[in-house]
Design a protein around this ligand. Structure first.
Ligand code: COS
Length: 394
């Protein structure tokens, strides 16, 4: 059983402890039936992801992803609940974390920038799991450099006509709607972007490919061919797109750190349990100081990650405003440290650790993308450094 003493930290309140206890209970009892090991990848994966969204919605956990006005837990986001959700689910099953996280990420721009009509149309069903959400920002030549995107939206009467392509889109083909970012007007780089909510059945929208990755998730590319989207689907003002994207990432980067923390905790549990069972040279692995040193490094990595994550979530929840620096620190540290923790867990498992399907082998594949998506580790360092220099006269 993972260390849960962090639940007593002052960053969390009683409602978070209750949320964590009830999700932990659900993950231990209901989740294995909703997401059986052999159906979390391969041909059954999409159906499993759908089932997960429905089950998480019915159990009430997706309320963490929507605002209080539509049944959620806080005015816009309860970031601490989102982090607890991702951490706990990631520890049990990567696909469950994915299903939970995407409901928040895919609908966040509506929560933060949508008008009452847009919010009422989508958010209640995101919270019950009746609608699946997706976030479509990345392009083949615009990942870290968001401002380089070339998908275009041109106003034509009371519609925008959108042409272009997106890639690395989680829930491509599964989603009921996408938050789509496109270039409008004459603005250069980050200045000329806009965000739209686009129904998945909009003519001109197609899923052009599925992308197979080392830790499989529903992922693909989208094409927009002469896709007509009502101007009423604009989220925020024309030209606000970059701000919309960064505001969403300001919330969700911390939660990526939380997912990494969940993977790291699981790896550590696996490593500790192996170290007390496996004998070598007449002793348990746990009796060797070189193993103890690894376990100590893992424990410090896990706790420091948790401190940065719940610090960032607490600041966002209690002070509001931008937490760009805190979120980038939490994501950078937790994802990089989780990679180290999982690598050491594989080392402790030895030959068994690299056998396909072993828990630590799956975690080894699962963690890698988190150091890339929602801002690479290199981007997080740029962001953190820019915050350190901010306001200084140089
Ligand atoms: N909330 C609101 N507004 C924000 C913001 C936030 N969190 N972060 C930036 N902005 C605004 C800034 O205030 C600025 O507005 P003004 O021009 O009106 O002052 C504007 O956005 C540009 O900000 P900044 O100058 O900091 O942006 P940069 O172009 O320097 O940003 C990086 C560059 C690399 C930091 C940014 O493009 C980035 O984060 N890239 C990674 C993108 C990513 O995560 N991709 C993965 C997609 S999700 S899988």
């Amino acid at each position: 059983m993972s260390d849960a003493t962090f639940l007593d930290w002052p960053f969390l309140d009683e409602s978070h402890r209750a949320f964590a206890r009830s999700l932990e209970d659900w993950a231990g009892t209901i989740l294995p039936g909703v997401c059986p090991e052999d159906e979390a990848h391969g041909p059954a994966m999409d159906q499993t992801a759908r089932r997960l969204v429905t089950a998480l919605g019915q159990a009430g956990f997706l309320k963490a992803a929507i605002p209080a006005a539509y049944g959620g837990r806080a005015k816009d986001f309860d970031v601490r609940a989102l982090c607890l959700g991702r951490e706990i689910l990631a520890r049990h099953a990567g696909l469950a974390d994915f299903a939970f996280a995407m409901q928040g990420l895919g609908s966040a721009a509506i929560t933060l920038f949508g008008n009452a009509e847009q919010q009422a149309r989508y958010l209640p069903k995101v919270g019950t799991g009746e609608m699946i959400a997706a976030f479509a920002i990345s392009e083949a030549d615009a990942g870290s450099d968001v401002g380089a995107m070339t998908t275009k939206a041109v106003l034509d009467g009371d519609h925008y006509v959108i042409d272009g392509a997106k890639t690395w889109i989680s829930n491509a083909g599964l989603a009921d709607f996408y938050t789509v970012f496109a270039r409008i007007g004459d603005g250069e780089g980050a200045k000329g972007l806009a965000a739209f909510v686009v129904d998945a059945r909009t003519p001109g929208l197609s899923v052009s490919e599925r992308i197979d990755v080392m830790a499989p998730h529903p992922l693909g590319s989208l094409r927009f061919d002469n896709m007509r989207v009502p101007a009423a689907n604009l989220l925020g003002k024309p030209g606000d797109g970059f701000k919309v994207a960064m505001s969403v990432l300001d919330v969700f980067r911390t939660t990526v750190g939380a997912a990494a923390l969940g993977f790291a905790r699981r790896a550590m549990d696996e490593a500790v349990s192996r170290s007390v069972k496996r004998k070598a040279f007449g002793s348990r692995l746990a009796d060797f100081q070189l193993i103890q040193a690894k376990i100590a490094d893992m424990a410090v990595a896990v706790d420091t990650s948790a401190l940065l994550i719940y610090r960032s979530a607490w600041v966002k929840d209690t002070k509001g405003g931008r937490v760009t620096r805190e979120a980038s620190m939490a994501k950078l540290w937790a994802t990089e440290q989780a990679q180290m923790v999982i690598d050491q867990a594989v080392q402790i498992w030895g030959g068994l650790g690299v056998i396909s399907g072993m828990a630590v082998e799956q975690l080894y594949r699962e963690i890698r993308a988190l150091r890339i998506y929602e801002g690479t580790s290199e981007i997080q360092k740029l962001v953190i450094a820019s915050k350190v220099y901010e306001g200084l006269t140089l």
